[in-house]
Design a binder for this molecule. Structure first.
Ligand code: APR
Length: 189
C-alpha cells in the first residue's frame, strides 16, 4: 500500500519508527494539560530533548490560563537536544471522557499544530498518533480523523510542505495505511 500522498504541493507520508529521531522542523508531542512530561511518546520526547525542554514548558505554562493547555490546543518550544528544531505540544482528547467531542478535539490537535507551523515558517512536521495510547482513542477511528484533518488543512493552506505520521509499531502503521486508502483517494489514472 502506498505510504506517500500528495495534497497539492504538500506531501503526507506514513512511516513506522521512533519520532524522537526525526530530522524535521518540528515534532508534535502527545502531551497532557500540565505540559511537564509523562509516559509514552511524551516521556520519550522529554528524555531525548533533555531537561531544557521541561524548563521551556514551565515558561510557556505561565502564559496559559491556570497554567494548563486545553484539550485540542498546541504550544511550541525549541527541540533542544532533539534533531527536530521544535516540539509542538498537543493535548489530545481522553477518548472515554470526551465522548462525541473526541473527533473534533483530536482534529484540533493537528490543525492547531499546523497553524503553529505556518506562524513560525516551518516546512516540515512529524506527528505521532495522538491520543491512541494512554488516552484510549481507537486506532482506526483516530487514523481517519487525523488524516482527514491534515488533508483538509493542507488543502486550505498549502503548507507545511512535509507532514509525516510516525507510527510506533506495525498495528498503528497498518491502521493509518487503511485509513489513508479512504482519505487520500488514488490519483486519477
Ligand atoms: N515515537 C512515535 N510514537 C510513539 C513513541 C515514539 N517514540 N512512543 C509511543 N508512541 C505512540 C504510542 O504507541 C501511541 O500510538 O504514540 C501514540 C500516543 O500514545 P501516548 O504516548 O500514550 O499518548 P496519548 O495516548 O496521547 O496519551 C497522552 O500519556 O504519556 C502521557 O503525558 C502523556 O498524559 C499524557 C498521555
Amino acid at each position: 500500500m502506498p505510504r506517500e500522498f500528495a495534497v497539492g504541493p504538500c506531501k503526507v507520508s506514513l512511516v513506522e519508527g521512533d519520532i524522537t529521531t526525526e530530522d524535521v522542523d518540528a515534532i508534535a508531542n502527545a502531551a497532557n494539560a500540565g505540559l511537564l512530561g509523562g509516559g509514552g511518546v511524551d516521556g520519550a520526547i522529554h528524555r531525548a530533548a533533555g531537561p531544557e525542554l521541561v524548563a521551556a514548558c514551565r515558561e510557556v505554562k505561565k502564559s496559559l490560563p491556570g497554567g494548563l493547555l486545553q484539550t485540542g490546543g498546541a504550544v511550541i518550544t525549541p527541540g533542544f537536544r532533539l534533531r527536530a528544531r521544535h516540539v509542538i505540544h498537543c493535548v489530545g482528547p481522553v477518548y472515554e471522557r470526551e465522548g462525541a467531542d473526541a473527533p473534533k478535539l483530536l482534529a484540533s490537535c493537528y490543525t492547531e499544530a499546523l497553524r503553529l507551523c505556518r506562524e513560525h515558517g516551518l516546512s516540515s512536521i512529524a506527528f505521532p498518533a495522538i491520543s491512541t495510547g494512554v488516552y484510549g482513542y481507537p486506532l482506526d477511528a483516530a487514523a481517519r480523523v487525523s488524516l482527514t484533518a491534515v488533508r483538509d488543512d493542507l488543502r486550505a493552506h498549502g503548507t507545511p510542505s512535509v507532514v509525516k505520521m510516525v507510527l510506533f509499531g506495525q498495528s498503528a502503521l497498518s491502521a493509518f495505511l487503511r485509513a489513508a486508502e479512504e482519505v487520500f483517494p488514488a490519483a486519477e489514472p
